[in-house]
Design a protein around this ligand. Structure first.
Ligand code: IMP
Length: 467
């Protein structure tokens, strides 16, 4: 009997590592690309000759017309946004009917989830997509007779009753959170319209993926968010609300683990994160955290920084906080939709090795390596990395399990020789500057995995590959 396989691709840091571009590169090796966690909180923009499209819930391989797309039961679905995404993709000439399937066991993001996230998510700095409240209701299941967890299949079976439940859930949330003057009728109407359009995409065969793989299909699971944002293994509570680690692909992705082949990690050469929480290698430390998160991140957004700072002056500054601003501006490290500034930090090899070990990473992609050349323009003209951790005076090789401990970690910072060479046109690893080659070898050794590719620029083809 021919038998298929599955690989899992995950981000190893705090999200936004450039996973979509890597998936785009690898997609041709697969028949199906599947999501297993998260919802519309994930965001990536894919640029190709056919155009540019921002995706939140649909897996990244949309431009590969012969690849099917699957959204697993581990995801939470925003109906209106999914409908909109399908329409945006269609505007580029790509019809997803018959190609995209969504598990009928995926939970629906309801109007009260958005409301609760808006009211309560500020201190975490959530994306306000209602993701946490939706997962919370999944676990709560019911409140007395009121059904809290409504899944796509429930909506298909009895839409009238389910929309009525959603209304009751909304009214109850208004009372509990002392919010008045809100109504959800308009939202429910747009949800109903979206459901009509989405109906053919809802997969009722709960063994769909298993059957396909048993017949020989090759699946790539696409992780959303990343390891350090895992609801249990990440920097709790400053995390997302789903499981983001590799193993989660086989619960949220609706496939037994027997087909697992490779685990692929994606990391960014200059790190970033959005939201509050520990970030040991952050340029400017807590000053940067507070600055980036002021007014929920909107006080110092992309437009503010563009009109306030000269990126070259900031790059030449001896102040790490200002260097961070420069690297954010050069790297375009702002939220895709919100324009919120992402906190920026040096590559943290301890955290990367920890994430690789925790998830059993076999292969690694290091994105945005071209940005490392900017360090040649700094005052010290060196490339800083974090190569060790000490906690309360003791050397450690892991990310502490508690937030308070992680905040106490002192990084060991090494200054490596910077390279000024343009690497965008490099075609092979051998053509890369020696200091970058040394860094890559060191990462492979620490992470015990092979680097399969490095990003050398924003375009689709700007990659040096070893595959
Ligand atoms: P939530 O997932 O919207 O609940 O947000 C929780 C935390 O995860 C916040 O700090 C978000 O900024 C962060 N987050 C959620 N999704 C992503 C993502 O796709 N990339 C980076 N950060 C994310």
């Amino acid at each position: 009997m021919p038998k298929g396989s599955s690989d899992v691709l995950i981000g190893l840091q705090y999200g936004d590592e450039g996973k979509a571009k890597v998936i785009d590169l690898l997609a041709k090796n697969y028949n199906i690309v599947a999501r297993f966690n998260g919802g519309a909180n994930a965001g990536h923009t894919i640029e190709t000759d056919q155009g540019k499209v921002a995706l939140n819930q649909i897996p990244s391989a949309i431009f590969h017309q012969n690849i099917e797309l699957y959204i697993g039961s581990g995801c939470v679905v925003n109906l209106q946004k999914l409908k909109q995404e399908i329409e945006n993709v269609k505007a580029l000439g790509i019809d997803l009917s018959g190609r995209l399937r969504v598990s009928d066991q995926a939970s629906v993001v309801q109007p009260h989830h958005l409301l609760i996230d808006e009211v309560t998510g500020g201190d975490i700095g959530t994306t306000k997509n209602g993701i946490g409240p939706a997962y919370a209701d999944q676990v709560m299941r019911m409140d007395g007779k009121r059904l809290l967890n409504i899944r796509l299949g429930d909506l298909v079976d009895d839409p009238k009753a389910m929309f009525s439940q959603m209304k009751q859930n909304f009214v109850s949330a208004l009372q509990r959170h002392d919010v008045s003057g809100r109504d959800c009728d308009e939202i429910l109407k747009t949800m109903q319209e979206a459901l009509d359009i989405l109906m053919p995409y809802i997969e009722r065969d709960t063994l769909f993926l298993s059957k396909r793989v048993a017949k020989g299909a090759h699946i790539l699971f696409e992780g959303a968010q990343s390891v350090m944002l895992d609801v249990i293994k990440g920097c709790v509570p400053y995390v997302t609300s789903s499981r983001t680690i590799a193993g989660a692909a086989y619960t949220g992705g609706d496939l037994p683990p027997e087909y697992h082949r490779h685990t692929i990690g994606v990391a960014k050469a200059i790190m970033s994160r959005v939201g509050f929480g520990p970030f040991v290698s952050e340029f400017g430390g807590t000053q940067s955290e507070e600055y980036c998160m002021e007014a929920g991140g909107s006080a110092h957004d992309r437009d503010y920084e563009a009109r306030t700072y000269d990126q070259n002056m900031m790059l030449a500054s001896e102040n790490p906080f200002e260097l961070g601003i420069a690297l954010r501006m050069i790297g375009g490290e702002y939220g895709t939709v919100t324009k919120r500034p992402r906190r920026v930090g040096m590559l943290d090899l301890v955290q990367l090795a920890f994430a690789a070990r925790m998830n059993g990473i076999h292969e690694l992609f290091l994105t945005k390596c071209d940005l490392l050349s900017d360090f040649s323009k700094t005052k010290s003209a060196t490339m800083p990395i974090v190569s060790g951790y000490t906690l309360d005076g003791n050397k450690i090789d892991y990310v502490p399990g508690s937030n308070a401990s992680y905040r106490r970690v002192q990084p060991v910072i090494e200054q490596l020789p910077a390279f000024g060479d343009e690497i965008r046109s490099a075609q092979s690893m051998d053509a890369l500057p020696a200091s970058l080659q040394d860094l890559l070898k060191r990462i492979e050794k620490m992470c015990k995995c092979k680097i399969l590719g490095i990003g050398t620029g924003p375009k689709r083809e700007e990659y040096v590959l070893r595959i």
